[in-house]
Design a protein. Structure first.
Length: 176
């Protein structure tokens, strides 16, 4: 009897490296002893799919969330280009067929919906830029929903949050 032995594919569903690396004076593509991960360590560890959080740090302030998320997206694409094919953006389900040892597929994910400002048009723009997942809240309430540190308010999703979720479903995005 032959046992089915599928190829191993390691998926890491969260890292804050796009946010943290500049604060640690490092890049995603260079090996470093700072931070939790970098591209050389991902390849060495066999990671083939990495979710990259676009973290909505409360320090960004109301007007800075969108700008900071856009900066993190730019850092991701600069790293992908510098990696000479080792880091590939994951944009479509079919791209999963590109998982091979030595290559990392990167999936961009908003960690907190603050950069969307409650606007469906901004969700569509982020989608065009390669964002494929959104965690609606981080710890605190925003235009989309209550956060886990807000206590029990019974609020759940706001009307803007319901509109964002409906558009995410239409686009085929991951709702976190």
């Amino acid at each position: 009897m032959t046992l089915w032995n599928p190829p191993l594919c390691i998926v890491d569903a969260h890292c804050d490296t796009l946010w943290a690396a500049p604060r640690q004076s490092r890049t995603l593509t260079e090996q470093s002893t700072k931070g939790h991960l970098d591209l050389p360590r991902m390849v060495h560890g066999g990671v083939q799919l990495q979710f990259f959080a676009l973290f909505s740090d409360p320090d960004h302030g109301r007007t800075g969330f969108t700008a900071e998320a856009l900066g993190m997206i730019q850092r991701f694409y600069e790293a992908a280009e510098a990696s000479e094919g080792v880091l590939q953006p994951l944009l479509w389900r079919e791209d999963l067929s590109m998982t091979v040892p030595g290559r990392v597929l990167g999936l961009l994910s908003l960690e907190g919906g603050e950069p969307l400002c409650g606007r469906v048009d901004l969700l569509r723009i982020f989608f065009r830029l390669g964002v494929r997942a959104v965690g609606l809240t981080w710890n605190y309430r925003n235009e989309l929903a209550d956060g886990q540190l807000d206590g029990v308010s019974g609020g759940g999703l706001t009307p803007k949050g319901r509109a964002i979720v409906a558009e995410m479903e239409r686009l085929g995005m991951i709702i976190d």
